[in-house]
Write a protein that binds this ligand. Structure first.
Ligand code: FAD
Length: 678
């Protein structure tokens, strides 16, 4: 028999759920030779995750498809808290904003995972020839650790098996049709085949496909990302464990068009009944409403709940009890599922910074705060550009260690948050202040409010590392060593000057305020200029350019940056101005007091083909139609003297300094940027 064909690829992604697709999107923007495979024959079409947090929408916007999600989704603006009164009857006890006002230009929205996967697929297709290869299952992984540090090596060898259509189509679990039928008699789509209450079928598929001798191929890869969900095959191959525990809760999820007299059915609601448990109501797109019910794994008699009993009718009946005296029923059920929650984090997120794990493959938790899909996508949003920069020989491999140091901590925080919140959500409301076993509804509200900040994704604050120049302990990796390498010796460390921009926090994402284009007066949100294309950015807060002293500082900065010997120039030398490190300027003088072409060329470069670049200089001034963004004030930057801010390709703030601190900025970049000879 002829040996299977062998090919090489720079990045192999296993799993085309939200995490895998986000990784592929980065690769499509950064020109990386990539393959992405998924054992399923089709994408998700309905149900599953639905919440999009505001940071996720900012990220989508950086890839130019937030508008699609924003338009199609249901916008969640208010949370209503319902609790029992003295007679044990539920009543609305409070209202809080769903997204904390002012933290982002987006608010939380809901739209099912299938649409979100569609936006990714369209975007990947528009920018590359990467295509999800469906019905393809990895069945063997070999890793040659001796080649891990050789940049040009392919240390990963994966055998891929191509499945038949039948094998790639998941078996719909209709085993308990009698109890699971929707009210109208039809069996609705269910997500049980993806649920952890159903056994994982990966090993069966491999066995079956081997027996049928389906075609195989061998792929050699430089990097691999396992985005293959909670049962992760990749994780098992590299021997990493999930740490934490399985909870005693099963979550029942029901997507219906409700027929009800409950007044807040189009609001997000947390309803605690006196004695019948709690339900979370999530109003969705297309008139749908999602109900989340937490079911204990054991019946009152101590026996385990029979899996076959869990179905749409059971979930509905629980909701009816909780929402009594209001009525609730439905004619149309779109989807339902049930799954058991483990609160777990992966012991390691990468093997030699060559094979990475992301998304559900390294963290699982409850769906209450709508975090699963968001945190999973944000994992690979963090990782994708790093791998691409190393493959494109822009950065050294040292930056890859920050994936684990940055994202594992987020996963741990998420589990801790989920733990706290679960207890408050599932507990019985306290009857009065003497009722110590009951849950205080004030505590629940306060946790909800605090949780909202965490859940928004805006609060992410990465620790000090080679690419986050801030004071404090260097972020730890899973193995207990500091993430920064090379240069674990502190004397080489670069620390930015945080006090120059009080509201641009080193380690956090760059906030957004309106600025005007100097050349055409058009207003934009500053974040809109920070597209995800793999570029680093130096943001020059040029201050008041009418002031001669400030003008001198600014022109000196221009001269310093333009020196061919600088690392900045050498990085950009291979593909032209702004290709690796882009310079964006925001000044604070009145727009009409400044002429763009008087500014040094480095701030608005000239090309023979396209003339001046008019999209690099901005001003903090009033617009004709959209008011004033007050960017300097909001960013906490001195409007006279300004400052320099370095942003990573994922919009997180790396370093802050004075206009004169070019040498220090060069030292910062010098620790991980690769440059050609001067
Ligand atoms: P997944 O979305 O699980 O994607 C993994 C992908 O890898 C899948 O496409 C799978 O086919 C593929 N794959 C798996 N194994 C292999 C293999 N061996 N080879 C090749 N491909 C493989 N979150 C919420 O926020 N709200 C919810 O209501 C909600 N409901 C959920 C219901 C269910 C039944 C499940 C399973 C999850 C739910 N989640 C929910 C969680 C949310 O869907 C996940 O957190 C999110 O999808 C994680 O994205 P991911 O890309 O990491 O993994």
């Amino acid at each position: 028999m002829a040996p299977p064909p062998t090919s090489e690829v720079d990045c192999l992604i296993v799993g085309a759920g939200p995490a895998g697709l986000m990784a592929a999107t980065w690769m499509s923007r950064c020109g990386i030779k990539t393959r992405i495979v998924d054992k399923r024959g089709t994408k998700v079409f309905n149900g599953q995750a639905d919440g999009l947090q505001c940071r996720t929408l900012e990220i989508f916007d950086s890839f130019d498809f937030a508008h699609r999600a924003w338009r199609e989704s249901n916008h969640m603006l208010e949370i209503c808290l319902w609790n029992p009164n003295d007679q044990g009857v539920i009543r609305r006890s409070d209202r809080i904003p769903d997204t904390i006002p002012g933290i982002s230009r987006f608010q939380q929205v809901v739209l099912h995972q299938g649409r979100i996967e569609r936006f990714f697929l369209d975007s990947i297709k528009e920018h590359s020839n990467i295509q999800v290869e469906r019905g393809v299952l990895p069945e063997r992984l070999e890793f040659d650790a001796s080649k891990a540090e050789d940049e040009d090596a392919y240390p990963i060898t994966v055998t891929l098996r191509h499945l038949t259509d039948e094998e790639a189509t998941p078996h719909q679990d209709l085993s308990s049709t009698a109890t699971n039928q929707a009210l109208n008699g039809s069996a609705p789509q269910n997500g049980m085949f993806r649920s952890n209450l159903a056994a994982d079928d990966t090993d069966d598929l491999i066995r079956k496909a081997r027996a049928e001798a389906g075609s195989t191929e061998i792929v050699k890869a430089k990097y691999m990302i396992g985005c293959d969900g909670a049962h992760s095959w990749t994780r098992r191959q590299i021997g990493f464990k999930m740490e934490g525990e399985q909870t005693d809760y099963i979550w029942g999820v029901l997507d219906i068009i409700p027929i009800t007299n409950f007044p807040d059915i189009r609001m997000r609601c947390a309803i605690h009944s006196a004695n019948s448990g709690s339900v979370m109501v999530i109003p969705r797109e297309n008139k749908l409403v999602r109900l989340y019910i937490q079911i204990t794994t054991t019946e009152k008699d101590g026996n385990p709940v029979e899996r076959a009993k869990i179905g749409p009718q059971m979930i509905l009946k629980s909701a009816q009890k909780i929402m009594h005296p209001y009525h609730l029923t439905y004619e149309y059920c779109d989807w339902w599922t049930a799954y058991q929650i483990g609160q777990r984090v992966g012991s390691n997120f990468s093997l030699h910074e060559r094979v990475f794990l992301a998304g559900d493959a390294v963290h699982t938790h409850s769906p209450k705060a709508g975090q699963g899909m968001n945190v999973s996508m944000q994992d690979t949003f963090n990782l994708g550009w790093k791998i691409a920069s190393v493959l494109n020989k822009i950065c050294t491999r040292s930056i890859l260690q920050t994936y684990q140091s940055e994202r594992r901590r987020i996963a741990q925080d998420l589990i801790a948050f989920d733990h706290r919140f679960s207890r408050l959500f599932s507990g019985r409301p306290a009857k009065d202040i003497m009722d110590e076993e009951g849950i205080s509804m004030e505590e629940f509200k306060s946790a909800f409010e605090k949780g909202n900040m965490f859940a928004s994704g805006i609060a992410v604050d990465y620790g000090a590392s080679v690419i986050v120049a801030k004071a404090g302990d260097l972020a730890e990796q899973g193995d207990g060593t500091a993430a920064e390498s090379p240069g674990r010796d502190d004397k080489n460390r670069v620390v930015g000057k945080q006090d120059l921009a009080g509201d641009i926090k080193i380690g956090m994402r760059m906030p957004s305020f309106q600025v005007l284009n100097q050349a055409d007066a058009r207003p934009s949100q500053f974040q809109e200029l920070l597209k995800s294309n793999g570029r680093w950015r130096v943001v020059v807060f040029a201050g008041d350019l009418r002031d001669p002293e400030q003008w001198a500082r600014f022109t000196s900065l221009g001269e310093a940056l333009a020196q061919p010997s600088t690392l900045f120039s050498r990085c950009n030398a291979r593909a032209g101005p702004n290709s690796v490190i882009e310079v964006l300027t925001i000044h604070s003088a009145p727009r009409t007091a400044i002429e763009l072409l008087d500014l040094p060329e480095i701030f608005h470069p000239f090309s023979e083909r396209e003339g001046w670049d008019y999209w690099k200089v901005f001003v903090d001034d009033v617009s004709y139609h959209e008011g004033h963004g007050h960017a300097y004030q909001n960013y906490g930057v001195d409007p006279t003297r300004g400052c320099l801010v370095v942003l990573r390709p994922d919009q997180y703030v790396s370093w802050i300094g004075e206009l004169e601190d070019v040498g220090e900025m060069e030292r910062f970049f010098g620790r991980f940027m690769r440059v050609s000879a001067a």
